[in-house]
Design a protein around this ligand. Structure first.
Ligand SMILES: N[C@@H](CCC(=O)N[C@@H](CS)C(=O)NCC(=O)O)C(=O)O
Length: 219
């Protein structure tokens, strides 16, 4: 039986997990769960009621980082974690940086206010968005831009979970009407452009952008 991935298309954590699975050629059924209104029994799958969650052979896992590590163990082909111990740890560091720091300021401040709030009929707090853009985002981008100096990928010379996690958060930044400024952060802008051009990201962006435009038009 195919695995089931519970979640919604616009979630950066779900997209990250989906791109990871697609890259590895893992078959899965996408089961829609709206994080703003999850079904009553979803707490049995994830007590935090967050997305994504994975069902495999009747067992469940939650959290994109946990799910991806599990999938890497059971599908080691097309590896998305480096084998060198230090590089492996660096990769986890960048994944965490994307999932917690970049997510907080690019997804939860910018995207959530400008898109999700409209979707659920609430007001966008543009003041909070502007504060994030002026004060919170620049140090994050400066750091990532420096780490990408002379490099194609965040760690080693192959794409890893770190690149996927970061690029996925920056899809939400883009849906929120922002982009990584190429004049201020040329390495990060180039990395983001390369990642977003990859087939699985490009298809997701195209599909999601149509939906985001409708949300904006309706608002
Ligand atoms: N660290 C988690 C974060 C998951 C997360 O925050 N998902 C959001 C959607 S983008 C969610 O489910 N929010 C609903 C809530 O927190 O109640 C992961 O990587 O899976």
């Amino acid at each position: 039986m195919a695995m089931k991935l519970y979640g919604a298309a616009l979630s950066p954590f779900v997209r990250k997990t989906r791109v990871f699975m697609q890259h590895k050629g893992i078959d899965f059924e996408a089961v829609h769960v709206d994080p703003n209104n999850p079904p009553d029994d979803y707490a049995k799958i994830n007590p935090l009621k967050r997305i994504p969650a994975l069902e495999h052979d009747g067992r469940f896992l939650a959290d994109s980082a946990v799910i991806c590590q599990y999938l890497e163990r059971i599908h080691p082909d097309s590896p998305l974690y480096p084998s060198d111990p230090y590089e492996y740890a660096r990769c986890l560091w960048f994944e965490k940086f994307a999932d917690y720091e970049v997510a907080r300021d690019c997804t939860f401040a910018v995207f959530r206010n400008r898109i999700v709030m409209r979707l659920i009929g609430k007001e966008c707090n543009e003041e909070l968005v502007q504060k994030a853009l002026a004060e919170k985002v620049p140090p994050l981008f400066e750091y990532l831009n420096g780490e990408l100096e002379g490099r194609e990928f965040l760690v080693g010379d192959q794409m890893s979970i770190a690149d996927i996690a970061l690029a996925s958060q920056l899809v939400n930044f883009r849906h929120g009407g922002e982009k990584v400024c190429p004049d201020s952060y040329p390495n990060l802008a180039a990395h983001t452009a390369r990642m977003h051009e990859l087939t699985h990201f490009a298809k997701a962006i195209e599909k999601e952008s149509g939906f985001v435009s409708k949300v904006l038009d309706a608002g």
